[in-house]
Design a protein around this ligand. Structure first.
Ligand code: GTP
Ligand code: MG
Length: 207
């Protein structure tokens, strides 16, 4: 997929103020500092479009970007950031959960996982919640440039093995590095394919 046009549309903390749900939407979520905003910038090739920071907790709102006048890309706050108060974390969790479970045009939620660390309960629990709520998701392993090939393979194998303890089959998995621009085509092709399937469905329904 070529990205011909991308722009920031709006930031929200209230889900009753989100933009119209008239285009397919793809959201990027994961623990604070995992690389959500960096990945979005890498995908659309616009450094600085989504705000990044080496300090966790940078993104604190639901941010909508419009791509090719055709679909929404959404940057979300991280979950489980320990340095925020318990009350703030709980508020964010509720905002994220209600956004994800109520947003009708959300096609795929991309769950970002730092490829360097072992499976975390917060990520596994979040994916379990997605499954229970029938919300389609894919996994994106981030920061793979920080590992060598054998370390990466070992970590991915261990992660998949852990997932298969809970799941009968694995979700789509993407291996990425925003730093080295790895995984861009794969994610964009996947989104393209989902958009095409939705178009076909609309056509057969005569919409
Ligand atoms: P919050 O908005 O705070 O939840 O963080 P985020 O998940 O949006 O992370 P962000 O994109 O702001 O990146 C966090 C830090 O990780 C920044 O210092 C990035 O430069 C760094 N980073 C992100 N992706 C990569 C990557 O692929 N490779 C390397 N080496 N660093 C990365
Ligand atoms: Mg961010």
């Amino acid at each position: 997929m070529n990205i011909n046009k991308v722009y920031f549309l709006c930031s929200n903390t209230r889900i009753d103020r989100l933009p119209k749900d008239n285009m397919p939407e793809y959201a990027f979520i994961g623990r604070s500092n995992v690389g959500k905003s960096s990945l979005i910038n890498m995908l659309v090739q616009r450094n600085g479009l989504a705000k990044t920071s080496s300090t966790p907790g940078k993104t604190i709102t639901i941010n909508h970007f419009v791509v090719n006048d055709n679909w929404y890309l959404v940057d979300l706050p991280g979950y489980g950031y320990a340095r925020r108060s318990k009350k703030t974390r709980e508020e964010w969790r509720m905002m994220l959960n209600s956004y994800i479970s109520r947003r009708r045009n959300l096609v795929t939620t991309f769950v970002l996982i730092d490829s360097r660390i072992e499976p975390q309960n917060s990520d596994l629990g979040f994916m379990e919640w997605l499954g229970e709520n029938n919300i389609p998701f894919a996994i994106v392993f981030t920061k793979t440039d920080k590992l060598n090939k054998s370390e990466l393979e070992a970590n991915l194998d261990a992660y998949k093995k852990r997932l298969l303890e809970d799941w009968e089959e694995l979700p789509p998995i993407f291996i990425t590095s925003s730093e080295k621009k790895v995984g861009r085509e794969e994610i964009l092709d996947y989104i393209d394919q989902q958009n095409a399937e939705l178009d076909d469905m609309k056509k057969t329904k005569g919409l």
